[in-house]
Design a protein around this ligand. Structure first.
Ligand code: SAH
Ligand code: DHB
Ligand code: MG
Length: 225
């Protein structure tokens, strides 16, 4: 099969439903000029995050892994006027680039960027939060995905949507003997999702403009009466 069809269809969908403005294309350029990896979500995935936000009426959103702020801007743009995205980034340089991009997008009032390791910042967020998050996007380093998901559950309410990026990794999740820590991290997450009674979950895999990969979507269940 001609695999170019996947990127052509991705482009067709994004032209129709997720066109990028200059703010977003400039962020993608800033990754190259500032030496950051091209690991942002695609524009169609950015739009998917927005669709999920509207579905759960999201006013408070948490993101793990900011990079240059590309996904953060898709998230922040789907917030109501009083909404907030808290986004966590471990790398100081990534954080500086992201803050510049968020300011440039005029979204600094809606985005609270915390620079530090997610496992250090998450307990602080739990301590200071009086309200749960409506949506949580997990897209930081892959080995601790299960730990991140456990924190996400502590910060959730019934109906909170938890989305995890990169859970298929070009199909490498099929290899039970994989020595790749990123693959092992998402394999643990996917297995945990199959057993966790608190959520209803699925995985959408996708061939798009980027590599073959997938996104897990979990919604926190209603409490049974
Ligand atoms: N969500 C971004 C892409 C994130 S790439 C987008 O779609 O635009 C993953 C990011 O996670 C990188 O910037 C990396 O520095 C960051 N990261 C890695 N380990 C981390 C950790 N322990 N805590 C928080 N962020 C981390
Ligand atoms: C990697 C991380 C990502 O978040 C992504 O979307 C693609 C690749 C990585 O670390 O390899
Ligand atoms: Mg990712």
């Amino acid at each position: 099969m001609d695999t170019k069809i996947f990127s052509r269809v991705d482009k067709y969908i994004s032209n129709l439903l997720a066109p990028e403005d200059k703010i977003l294309t400039d962020i993608i350029k800033s990754l190259d000029t500032e030496g950051l990896p091209q690991h942002s979500v695609s524009s169609n995935q950015g739009k998917f995050l927005q669709v999920m936000m509207i579905a759960c009426n999201a006013k408070r959103v948490l993101e793990l892994g900011t990079l240059g702020g590309y996904s953060t801007i898709w998230l922040a743009r789907a917030l109501p006027h009083n909404g907030k995205v808290i986004t966590i980034e471990a790398d100081k340089h990534h954080g500086t680039v992201a803050q510049k991009n968020i300011n440039n997008a005029g979204l600094s009032p809606k985005v609270d960027l915390r620079v530090g390791k997610a496992l250090d910042i998450l307990p602080q967020i739990i301590a200071e939060s009086d309200e749960p998050f409506d949506m949580i996007f997990i897209d930081a380093d892959k080995p601790p995905y299960v730990e991140y998901f456990d924190y996400a559950l502590q910060l959730s309410r019934p109906g909170t949507i938890i989305i995890c990026d990169n859970v298929i990794r070009e199909g490498k999740v099929l290899d039970n003997n994989s020595k790749d820590e990123k693959v092992q991290g998402v394999q643990r997450l996917n297995k945990m999702l199959s057993e966790n009674k608190r959520v209803t979950a699925t995985i959408l895999h996708s061939m798009g403009a980027k590599e073959y990969d997938g996104i897990a979507i979990a919604v926190v269940n209603r409490v049974k009466e």
